[in-house]
Write a new protein. Structure first.
Length: 175
């Protein structure tokens, strides 16, 4: 009788322990939707107390790119899709003290992220001796995607940057 009682108590403690671990254990956060992405970003060291505003979520095969503002600073987070269809965080970057930021997403794709303090309305730059222009909406948080020209070796030379305001006046320029 004593042995049966001991076995019953041990079994009960084991069941309670497993249930406690299951319901209170650490759960993997995924970037499957906007709410989970915000929660995941806020779980990353250094981003715990930042106000996150998702601007755009874009999928490229098993890669998910999310443009966002962290306390109004342009940034992006990158996810890869696992076999179960969940998006696992792989990389995050936020540019401090910028209102207009560019990010290299892949060898042939760039993304520009602006916040509502951005004054730039147009960017002109020579890439591998070809001129490219992109338009932006000043004073509005936006995401603009840019496909880079095809090259044999995926190497690019960027020169002659010109940034224009809404009146077409150059506000910043460098070679």
């Amino acid at each position: 009788m004593k042995r049966r009682k001991l076995l019953f108590v041990t079994f009960g403690i084991l069941v309670v322990s497993i249930l406690t671990f299951y319901f209170n254990g650490t759960k993997q956060l995924y970037g499957n939707d906007e709410a989970s992405i915000v929660k995941l970003i806020n779980s990353i060291e250094g981003y715990e107390h930042k106000l996150i505003e998702i601007l755009e979520i874009k999928d490229f095969d098993d890669l998910r790119i999310v443009a966002f503002l962290a306390n109004n600073k342009p940034g992006y987070i990158e996810f890869t899709e696992n076999k179960k269809g969940n998006f696992i965080w792989r990389y995050i970057e936020v540019k401090e003290n910028e209102t207009f930021s560019s990010f290299n997403i892949s060898p042939r794709k760039m993304m520009f992220v602006t916040n509502n303090e951005n004054k730039i309305a147009k960017l002109q730059v020579d890439i591998n001796e070809q001129r490219f222009k992109w338009d932006f909406i000043p004073n509005k948080a936006t995401v603009t995607w840019a496909d880079l020209p095809q090259t044999d070796n995926n190497q690019y030379t960027f020169r002659n940057y010109k940034y224009f305001n809404k009146d077409g006046i150059i506000i910043k320029e460098f070679e």
